[in-house]
Design a protein around this ligand. Structure first.
Ligand code: FES
Length: 156
């Protein structure tokens, strides 16, 4: 039986059916319409374009702009640029990973946070820096990050 996602994806990638060289285009189209490229969507794209599923996985993993899960209510953008890196962005990333139990590009299981890494937020003087949606948080420490996450959780 065809699932809803399968038929949605089939309709979206119909113009690329049987054209393995159009894989990236097809994935872009799926993400633009559905918001992310789920495992099921990847399988459908692989079948319709005639490419191995492993190749679809590789492309989705290699290009960071592809998402494999829905976006959380809040998007955390952690700066991994040079100034922030020198001032301990890695420790901040570790704290976020532990607190949210996700890797970069992932969404917490409560659906509240999506964690992304970015190159520079243009606030290097405040390094290390992250943004939660439109809010900028600077001079972060692992403890401060945990506090911020807690505040967001409590405000739900
Ligand atoms: S390097 Fe982090 S804000 Fe510029």
């Amino acid at each position: 039986m065809t699932t809803k996602v399968e038929s949605q994806v089939a309709e979206l990638v119909e113009p690329f059916a049987g054209k393995p060289t159009e894989l990236i285009q097809a994935l872009h189209r799926v993400q633009a319409e559905l918001g992310y490229v789920s495992e099921e969507a990847q399988r459908t794209v692989a079948e319709l374009l005639g490419v191995p599923l492993s190749q679809v996985h590789e492309v989705v993993t290699f290009y960071h702009f592809f998402r494999t899960s829905p976006v959380g209510k809040h998007t955390i953008r952690l700066c991994l640029g040079t100034a922030c890196y020198v001032r301990g962005a890695e420790r901040i990333l570790e704290a976020l990973r532990e607190e949210l139990e996700v890797n970069l590009g992932g969404t917490s299981s409560d659906g509240l946070f999506t964690l992304e890494g970015v190159r520079c937020l243009g606030a290097c003087g405040l390094a290390p820096v992250m943004m939660v949606d439109e809010e900028v948080y600077g001079r972060l420490t692992p403890d401060r990050v945990r506090e911020i996450i807690k505040e967001y959780r409590e405000s739900e």
